[in-house]
Design a binder for this molecule. Structure first.
Ligand code: COA
Length: 198
């Protein structure tokens, strides 16, 4: 995902410095076991009437534009929560989610959004996203575990972001990024033979 050029508008070292008030670390036994990132942006102004179809990428672009033009942010977007494997499965993600919410409140932001990447979607590759997220368990919460965590924390669903995190690259790029060999001994096409994946 870090090959998404938009990610550099947030995660590039000198830029990330501007967002450190919105970045969090989870510590257990003196060791960092989790990290979380969020980004503030201006909403409901300058044509931003609804959340963008571009989701994760687009809120980063909006935030960058806000910083460049001096527009004051009024909402927060989560970007990532990652736990080391040893810290997973114990509800620790909720603490990081709560830390983001507290951060948004402390700055007087009206709302917090999360462009959530449902964790078990890859098990249903041919299901439409809308159908996938509408699947619920017996408790009425989403069947997808990561969506469920957000709903339990009080979230409601706003929309599907159909082209969030669109990472463009040639097949050769993708083979290199993912460390996969090309099949059948064929040469990977040169960069420029456009491939796109979301
Ligand atoms: C996604 C992640 C942050 C969840 O954090 P966590 O603290 O381990 O989550 P929880 O312990 O609160 O578990 C939430 C639910 O998911 C379930 N769950 C956890 N891992 C699961 C898995 N691999 N498959 C299916 N269900 C899983 C838990 O049983 C729990 O279910 P419940 O709601 O019925 O109780 C963590 O697994 C992680 O860091 N994953 C890698 C990074 C990532 O994918 N981040 C999300 C996108 S930014």
């Amino acid at each position: 995902m870090r090959h998404d050029p938009v990610a550099q508008l947030y995660f590039a070292p000198l830029i990330l410095d501007h967002y450190l008030d919105y970045a969090f670390a989870g510590v257990a036994g003196g060791k960092v076991v989790a990290r979380a990132f969020s980004v503030p942006f201006a909403f409901h102004i300058d044509g931003r009437a609804e959340l963008p179809d571009g989701g994760w990428d687009e809120v980063i672009r909006w935030a960058h534009d806000d910083r460049m033009t001096g527009r004051a942010p009024n909402v927060l977007s989560a970007l990532e929560i990652s736990l080391l494997p040893e810290a997973r499965g114990g509800g620790n993600s909720r603490a990081l989610l709560d830390a983001m919410k507290a951060c948004a409140k402390a700055r007087g932001f009206a709302e917090m959004f999360a462009p959530v990447r449902p964790n078990q979607k890859h098990l249903h590759p041919f299901m439409r996203m809308r159908d996938y997220i509408d699947r619920v368990g017996p408790d009425g919460f989403p069947a997808d575990s990561w969506l469920r965590t957000h709903f339990r924390a009080g979230a409601t669903l706003v929309k599907v972001a159909p082209y969030a995190m669109t990472i463009a690259g040639s097949l050769a790029d993708w083979l290199r990024w993912t460390g996969k060999p090309s099949h059948g001994g064929e040469e990977a096409p040169e960069a420029g033979a456009a491939q796109k994946a979301a």
